[in-house]
Design a protein around this ligand. Sequence first.
Ligand code: ADP
Length: 347
Amino acid sequence: MNDGAVLLDGEGQSIFANTKMYEILNIKRDVSLNYRDLSLDVLKSYFNNQKIEKLFQRCLINGSSRIAEIDANGKIYDIFSHCLGHKSDLDKVEGCFVLISDITDIKLLERTKSDLVAVASHQLRTPLTAMRGNVEMLIDESFGTLNEQQQDLLKDIDISTNRLIGMVNDMLDITKIEQGKLDLNCELVSITDIVKSIKSDLAEYAERKKVEIVVDMEENLMAYVDASRARQVLQNLIDNSIKYAREAGKLEITSCTKAGFVELIFKDNGIGIPKTEQTKIFSRFYRASNTANSVSSGSGLGLYIVRSIVSQLGGDIFFESEEGVGTTFFVTFPVTKIEVNKTEISL
Ligand code: ADP
């Protein structure tokens, strides 16, 4: 086994540990102590004391808990703990199983890859933005009148350039998400205003695709979010409903409030998502089989980014869908400040 495993009793003393655990914690085993040379205190002093404390607190409440990435002594680890005993009853906990994996190599590789993608994307964005500006000036006939064929060709270039810029921005967002560097400036903002402004920005696109957008939201629905990231999330969902619409398309946007959260509901009557693929829809690069061939403009990155942003804002996202009938997305945002940890996940 390449992972360190230790079994702690109710007092936080070790009753069993494998050799790898001694290696990870850099402790020489004293056989006469019968594993008692390892304990919760030893784990706390090796890793970040507070983080380990929190891990166990969450473990007692939830049954199991995990720190997906923790740095200690120049290495990177993943720690998983599982409570043995009665859930939510702190006095009756019989013990805890802790699994520690050294993920240094894989994380360093991931970080190098992310750095590379970030640099490449930055380098691509500047010339692409310049290209878009120039093409737009040509389309506006700032440098002379164009015939219809020239206009059409330039509009095609404009669409492709915008699509490339969108992809580059997505790649940059993904590297920020993976490196935990998605900077959020949260404040109380009106979600109603954001939705209305997106509706007006996408009005021409919706009209072209013959999709009616009906907004029936509470006036001035406030949430504690980063305005531009919340906008990105909502725009992506509305954009998808337009993109994956059928004949006589309709998107209804409603809202409600529940226990410290606002919920937005996006109900469309589009092509829907096949049942068997619904679990994969938030994965990177995943596009459902009924869209991958028919709708060319998509990368399958949008919902992955959307879900990451929503969870870092302290909210949640889920959906219901039936192929050939439509899809409804539900998004919640907190109404007050919420502490969100980027690497610690409760299971
Ligand atoms: P894409 O760039 O392909 O739109 P997303 O990550 O935004 O990527 O969405 C992933 C996939 O989920 C889409 O390719 C599509 O198959 C499906 N999907 C998302 N939203 C809808 C919707 N409103 N109706 C039908 N399918 C959808």
